[in-house]
Design a protein around this ligand. Structure first.
Ligand code: ZN
Length: 186
């Protein structure tokens, strides 16, 4: 998922976290690619390939300025999600299941598979999800606001669902705001 409010201003510093040689940026599948509409299968065990996939997913997400990424977005139909909403945590959700939802939030949402677009989506403001981490240890995670939105957005990917189907009104173009002086005209 992209946070359209901030995505153009996010710069990921890799302080003290040198990218390992094995990490690789994977190609993000774009809307229209039928793999994005397929259901992902549960992960049964952590293999070297799964570990490598998770590392690559983080790398690919950071490179693209995203806050969440699902495995199907890099062409792998496994129930794996990575999330980093800059709260100091890197969440790995394997075989996630949302077990509680409450309240609601309505706001802009974007997706790395739908580049340059944003749309208004209503999501729960608070969710609890049960998942396995990268060591296949089961845990529960509670998220509010942006984290709740990211959990819902990424879990929907695992079911083959894109946010565009939930957009209220029209998808709009995200305008780059990196250099405001270049954009005098509206
Ligand atoms: Zn997405």
């Amino acid at each position: 998922m992209v946070n359209p409010v901030r995505s153009s201003m996010i710069f990921h510093e890799k302080e003290g976290k040198e990218a390992r040689n094995t990490m690789a940026i994977r190609q993000i599948r774009l809307i229209g690619d039928e793999i994005l509409n397929k259901e992902c299968k549960p992960v049964k065990a952590i293999t070297n390939r799964v570990t490598e996939l998770i590392e690559d997913m983080f790398e690919t997400m950071y490179e693209s300025g995203g806050v969440g990424l699902a495995a199907s977005q890099v062409g792998v139909l496994k129930q794996i999600v990575v999330i980093d909403v800059e709260d100091g945590n890197q969440y790995v959700l394997i075989n996630p299941e949302i077990i509680e939802e409450s309240d609601s939030q309505t706001g802009p949402e974007g997706c790395l598979s739908v580049p340059g677009k944003s749309g208004t989506v209503t999501r729960p403001n608070r969710v609890k999800v049960r998942a396995f981490d990268e060591t296949m240890t089961e845990y529960e995670l509670e998220g509010e606001e942006l984290l709740a939105r990211a959990i819902c957005h990424e879990c929907a990917h695992l079911r083959g669902q894109l946010f565009v189907d939930l957009v209220e009104g029209e998808l709009v173009d995200v305008i780059a705001t990196l250099d405001e002086d270049d954009y005098e005209e509206e």
